[in-house]
Design a protein around this ligand. Sequence first.
Ligand code: B12
Ligand code: SF4
Length: 472
Amino acid sequence: MVESKVRNKILLVQAPPWGSYAPPLGIAYLVTFLKSHGFGSEIYDLNMDIFLNSPKEIKEKWDTQDFEFWASGKAVDNLYCKMECLADKILSFDAGIVGFSATFASAPFLNKLLSILRKKADDDGLTIVIGGGGASYKEGRSLFKKDLIDYFVIGEGEYPLLCLLKDAQSGNIALSDSNCVVWKDDPVDHAACLKAARPDLINIDDIPFPTFGEFDIEAYTQGDLIPLISSRGCIRRCAFCCDSPLKKPYRVRNPENVAGEMKCHAQRYNRKRFEFCDLLINGNLEFLDKLCARLIDMDLGMAWGGQATVRKDMDSFLLKKIKKAGCGGLTFGIESFSDKVLKLTSKEVTVQDAKDTLVKVKESGMLVEINLIVGFPGETEEDVDETIDFIRQNSALIDKVNSLNICTIGPGMYIYDHLEEYNIDKSMIHDWYAWFTKDMSNTIQVRTERHKKMLSVFSELNLIPIWQNVKK
Ligand code: B12
Ligand code: SF4
């Protein structure tokens, strides 16, 4: 049973499926932030607990390609016998609030776990909160059993959770703080939604970087890696993207603060390999220039990489500095090598811009990785051939294809809110993967064929994509 004395203590839980190679940044940020405000907070990386205790054939389900195992509910059948123990473990922390970090793929697993947790906790006032990607949009929230959940936190979780904990401390979860917006998707819902009222006013340098002190950092599979993030949001608004609209406006940290974080982790954990989890690391070139200058000065032999966008103003001088500062490679969301498709996606760049960038990155000595999307509405067979021709002619510029994804359409994306512009009717979207255009020129079959065609070219060139969202 949960005692009232710990009502303002929160347990932050990472729900599966999530990466097993490094600690999850979302709850790592939240725990450090809440502790800095004097609130008792603990971490339970449930995702890792299950991963580490699973046999080899189940461990394979943590491959990012296998998220359907979780999203379809198959994981529940496989892990059902463990659910009771997992619920007991969660309750053993004696926290009055339990916050789960979840994606849409976690919903079936969490629905089962929460029903057991609620039953075991009885009517003791346990507050259950869901945050992370799964809570972002109404359609995603509807996958969760809302009668088992008290709050969904939308977007960045630091300040909404702080409001919740302050109210819990005063013994009254009424969300009186005007820094938070509260609503219900449907008036009959038990679960309320919470969001920071003015994320634009939050100075991200006021949010302390994670210490990872609450994690068993040695348990993760890439023992030499630390994840970090230097910005929130993105400077672009690509029509297929649901990430950029959620974390508005784009904000970047002080470069000194980021370099300090890297130094701190290098000293504490003796790790010098970093993965930037930013949506893009080159949203503010002045920041990037200063960060690199600082890393070069510190001369600690850091190695790092991240995702970037094509920018005409990212010159060879800066790229050489980025390389000198330890960046081994950059992953560019190119999406297509057809100017027509780039325009349709609102990428704000041309094929020539992309090529110029790839040439400069290669010349600087860094590895080039690219992400591509096939089947964007409006794309034709000729556009696919243009992309293929470009890749054949310029394969020397590409070291790796990080992802070759089939275009999906879902909440939060510009396309989803402007379907008519793309010749699609709402009734033609069965799910994020299965949609078609009014003239049937773009259907799931068409996209799958185009994907196959591109994949065979990549196989020939020995550039097999690491990640493809093809439904098995
Ligand atoms: C890096 C990343 C990963 C890495 C994680 C590395 C690591 N060690 O953490 C890896 C590659 C493992 C990963 C995997 C997956 N990912 Co991912 N990932 C991301 C990415 C690019 C950044 C996440 C991040 O670290 N951000 C930095 C931290 C600080 O921010 P945050 O995680 O968003 O956390 C903040 C808020 O969300 C919130 N919050 C988070 N948790 C909680 C919990 C509570 C209680 C509260 C109140 C708030 C809260 O507060 C946090 C601090 O502000 C996001 C894209 C994005 N826009 O965020 C996608 C994203 C989160 N991933 C997503 C998905 C679906 C997955 C996968 C399930 C499948 C897939 N498509 O790859 C897999 C998991 C399967 C598997 N076995 O790994 C989706 C979620 C979509 C959704 N609607 O649910 C996103 C949004 C990308 C997308 N648009 O498709 N991912
Ligand atoms: S550059 Fe990437 S993160 Fe930014 S809007 Fe485009 S797809 Fe989204």
